[in-house]
Design a protein around this ligand. Structure first.
Ligand SMILES: [Zn+2]
Length: 192
C-alpha cells in the first residue's frame, strides 16, 4: 500500500472512531432519571430532590451503613452522603462536600451533569417520595384548611401517604429557591 493511501485510510479510520465515540456518548446519556438514597444526615436534601422530581429514598436513622449500601445497590440508587466511610461502601456514591442545602443541590446536580427545571410540575411527595395525583376540591376537603379551599383551585394528593399539596405562597417560595439553584447550575456550566 502506498503511503498516500495509507494516510487516507488512517484518516478514515480516525473519522469512523470519532463517529463511534460520538454515537456511544449519545447512547450513554441515561434516558431515565437517576434515583437517589440520602443518608440520615441529608433529610432536607431528600425533600428538595423530591421537589425537583427525583425519586429519593430517605430511610432515616434506622438502617446501618451496610444496609444503606445494600439498598442503593439493589435499587440502582445513587447514595448521597457526607460520610467518607459510608461513601466507600456504596456502589455509586456522591460524597458531598457542601453543607448548605442549596450548595448540596448544586453539587449533586453538577456532579451528575443534571439540568433540572425549576418547577414543581414533576414533584414527588416531599414527605414520603410517593407519586402525586390530581385531586378535586371535594376529595381533599377534609385535609385542607378552609381558607385554602376558598382560594386554591388545583390540588394534588400523594398516592401513598395522602398528603395534599396546593399552589400558594409556600410553593412559590420553593420555586424561587429552585430557580436560584438552576441559575447557579447555568453559571457553573458556562464557566466550564
Ligand atoms: Zn406522601
Amino acid at each position: 500500500m502506498n503511503s498516500k493511501l495509507k494516510n487516507r485510510l488512517a484518516l478514515l479510520l480516525v473519522g469512523a472512531r470519532d463517529m463511534m465515540l460520538l454515537m456511544s456518548n449519545k447512547g450513554n446519556v441515561p434516558s431515565a432519571q437517576p434515583i437517589f438514597l440520602c443518608d440520615a444526615m441529608l433529610g432536607s436534601l431528600a425533600r428538595w430532590l423530591r421537589f425537583f422530581g427525583y425519586d429519593t429514598l430517605f430511610p432515616g436513622t434506622a438502617p446501618t451503613d451496610s444496609e444503606l449500601a445494600e439498598i442503593a445497590r439493589e435499587e440502582g440508587r445513587w447514595l448521597l452522603t457526607q460520610d467518607r466511610e459510608l461513601a466507600g461502601r456504596g456502589p455509586r456514591t456522591v460524597m458531598l462536600r457542601a453543607t448548605g442545602l442549596e450548595d448540596q443541590l448544586v453539587e449533586v446536580f453538577s456532579r451528575l451533569g443534571l439540568r433540572p427545571e425549576a418547577t414543581l410540575g414533576k414533584a414527588l411527595c416531599s414527605e414520603c417520595n410517593g407519586r402525586l395525583e390530581e385531586a378535586s376540591k371535594n376529595e381533599v376537603q377534609p385535609a385542607v384548611p378552609p381558607h385554602v379551599l376558598a382560594t386554591a383551585t388545583r390540588f394534588r394528593r400523594c398516592s401513598d401517604c395522602g398528603r395534599v399539596y396546593w399552589r400558594g405562597s409556600h410553593s412559590e417560595k420553593i420555586v424561587v429557591r429552585m430557580n436560584e439553584v438552576v441559575a447557579r447550575l447555568a453559571v457553573d456550566g458556562q464557566q466550564r
